[in-house]
Design a binder for this molecule. Structure first.
Ligand SMILES: NC(=O)C1=CN([C@@H]2O[C@H](COP(=O)(O)OP(=O)(O)OC[C@H]3O[C@@H](n4cnc5c(N)ncnc54)[C@H](O)[C@@H]3O)[C@@H](O)[C@H]2O)C=CC1
Ligand SMILES: O=C(O)CCC(=O)C(=O)O
Length: 387
C-alpha cells in the first residue's frame, strides 16, 4: 500500500482505498504539496514522487529528486487564469484609489451623502490603463494570457522571455532592461531559479520610469527587497505590489503586499488538486508520465499483467543490459516505450511474470539485478490492477 504524505491542506478522500493510505510518515512513497517547502530529509530511497499542486517548483530540490529516481510533477496552466485575473485587479486598483474612496464614503454622515460625496470626489481622481505600456517579464502561460487581456484593454504590450515566443499581442524586447525603460507597469512572471534570483535589483530600478508600478507575481526572491525600499525612497519608481510578503517590506510606503493569492480561487485550487491526484495515481499505478518536471513523458497502454519501469541516466548500452537480464529470467518484452529528457531516460516495458513462471523471489532478484545496472536510478515492477 502506498503511503501518501500531504504537506499543506488537501482533500485527499480520493486516496483512501486499498492501494493508498494518507499518512504522516517521514518516509512516504508520495508527497503532495502546495507552496510549502519539501524538506530534503523526506527524499528517502522510498520516495517515488513529489506532486506539486501549482506550477512553481522552487520549494522542491529537483536535482536531489532526480538523483533519487523520484518523479516531480506540477500542474502547468491550472491556476494561470486565476493569477491573470488577480494581476488585472491589481492593475485596476493601482490606477483608481478605490480603497480610500470607499473608506471615505463609508465615514460620511448626514442626509446629503450623495452631495457630500460628489463634492469631495476630486480627491479620488484616478488614471486609465488604456494606452499605457505594460511590460511582462516571463511570457509563459500566465504571461501570455495576461498579454492578451491587456492588449484587448487597449494597452501597449511589451515583454521579455529567454526564448522567442512569436506572440501577436506582445512586442518581445531583447532584454529586461529594455522592458523596464519603456513600461508604465512591469509584471514579473518568472520562475525562481538560480538565474532569476535577484534579477530586479538597484541597477534595474534606475532604468524604470518614475511613475511606473512594479507587480511581482512570480516569486519574492526575484526582487532585491532592500533595493526596492531605497528606490522607492528616492522616487525611482512609484509603487511595488507583491504577492510575496516579506518582513523588510512591512510598513513601507508605496508597497502593497498580498498573502500569495495568485492561484487562490476555488476554480484554480480544484483544477490543480484534480490534476495532481491524477498525475499521482497514473504514475503510482501504471508508471505513466504525462507531464513531469524531471522525468520524460512516457505513455503506454497497460495491456499486460505486469510492467517494468526504469528511470535512468542515459547510457548507450543500457537497454541491452536491461533486455539481456529480462532474457535470462525468460521474461519476453510484450511492448515497450522509452523516452529521454536531457540526460535522463525512462522506459515502460509490458511483461507477464506469471505466464513465464517467475516466482516472487525471482522477481525480487530480477529487480535487484536491474537496479545494479550502471545508470539505473529507479526500477519498479507493477502489477496491473485491472488485469
Ligand atoms: N502568485 C502566484 O500565486 C503564482 C505564481 N506563479 C509564478 O509564476 C511563474 C510563471 O508561471 P507560468 O506562466 O504558469 O509558468 P510557465 O512555465 O508557463 O512560464 C515561465 C516562463 O518564464 C520563462 N523563463 C524561465 N526562465 C527565464 C529566464 N531566466 N529569463 C527569461 N525568461 C525565463 C520561460 O521560458 C517561460 O516562458 C511560476 O514559475 C511561479 O513562480 C505561478 C502561479 C501562481
Ligand atoms: O496557490 C498556490 O499554492 C501556488 C500558486 C503558485 O505560486 C504556483 O502555482 O506556482
Amino acid at each position: 500500500m502506498y503511503q501518501i504524505k500531504a504537506i499543506d491542506e488537501f482533500n485527499l478522500s480520493a486516496f483512501n482505498d486499498k492501494t493508498f493510505q494518507v499518512s504522516d510518515t517521514n518516509t512516504p512513497d508520495a508527497i503532495i504539496v502546495r507552496s510549502s517547502n519539501v524538506s530534503d530529509q523526506l527524499i528517502t530511497p522510498r520516495l517515488l514522487l513529489v506532486a506539486r499542486a501549482g506550477i512553481g517548483t522552487n520549494t522542491i530540490n529537483i536535482e536531489a529528486c532526480t538523483q533519487n529516481g523520484t518523479a516531480v510533477f506540477n500542474t502547468p496552466g491550472a491556476n494561470a487564469n486565476a493569477v491573470k485575473e488577480l494581476i488585472l485587479q491589481a492593475l485596476f486598483t493601482s490606477v483608481r484609489p478605490l480603497q480610500t474612496a470607499i473608506a471615505h464614503t463609508a465615514a460620511l454622515t448626514g442626509d446629503d451623502l450623495q452631495t457630500q460625496a460628489e463634492a469631495t470626489r476630486y480627491q479620488f481622481i484616478g488614471g486609465e490603463l488604456y494606452g499605457k505600456t505594460i511590460g511582462i517579464v516571463g511570457l509563459g502561460t500566465i504571461g501570455q494570457q495576461l498579454a492578451d487581456s491587456c492588449y484587448h484593454l487597449g494597452m501597449q504590450v511589451v515583454g521579455y522571455n529567454r526564448s522567442s515566443k512569436g506572440l501577436q499581442a506582445v512586442q518581445q524586447l531583447a532584454t529586461i532592461d529594455d522592458v523596464l525603460a519603456v513600461a508604465d507597469f512591469v509584471v514579473l512572471l518568472l520562475p525562481l531559479t538560480e538565474s532569476t534570483r535577484g534579477i530586479i535589483a538597484a541597477k534595474q530600478f534606475q532604468l524604470m520610469k518614475k511613475k511606473a508600478v512594479l507587480l511581482n507575481f512570480g516569486r519574492g526572491a526575484l526582487v532585491d527587497d532592500q533595493a526596492v525600499i531605497e528606490a522607492l525612497n528616492q522616487g525611482q519608481f512609484k509603487q511595488y505590489i507583491t504577492d510575496f510578503p516579506a518582513e523588510a517590506l512591512q510598513d513601507q510606503g508605496h508597497v502593497v503586499m498580498l498573502p500569495h493569492l495568485g492561484g487562490n480561487t476555488v476554480e484554480a485550487l480544484s483544477k490543480s488538486a484534480n490534476l495532481t491526484v491524477k498525475n499521482m495515481r497514473d504514475f503510482l499505478e501504471t508508471g505513466v508520465i504525462r507531464a513531469s518536471v524531471n522525468f520524460p513523458t512516457a505513455d503506454l497502454s497497460f495491456s499486460s499483467p505486469n510492467r517494468l519501469t526504469v528511470f535512468f541516466k542515459s547510457r548507450a548500452s543500457l537497454w541491452n543490459d536491461v533486455s539481456s537480464i529480462l532474457n535470462r529470467y525468460h521474461v519476453p518484452i510484450l511492448e515497450m516505450i522509452s523516452n529521454t529528457k536531457g540526460d535522463y531516460g525512462y522506459m515502460l516495458v509490458n511483461i507477464n511474470l506469471v505466464a513465464n513462471n517467475v516466482t516472487t523471489d525471482q522477481k525480487n532478484q530480477l529487480i535487484n539485478e536491474l537496479k545494479a545496472v550502471t545508470g539505473t536510478l529507479r526500477v519498479r515492477i507493477l502489477d496491473n490492477l485491472n488485469a
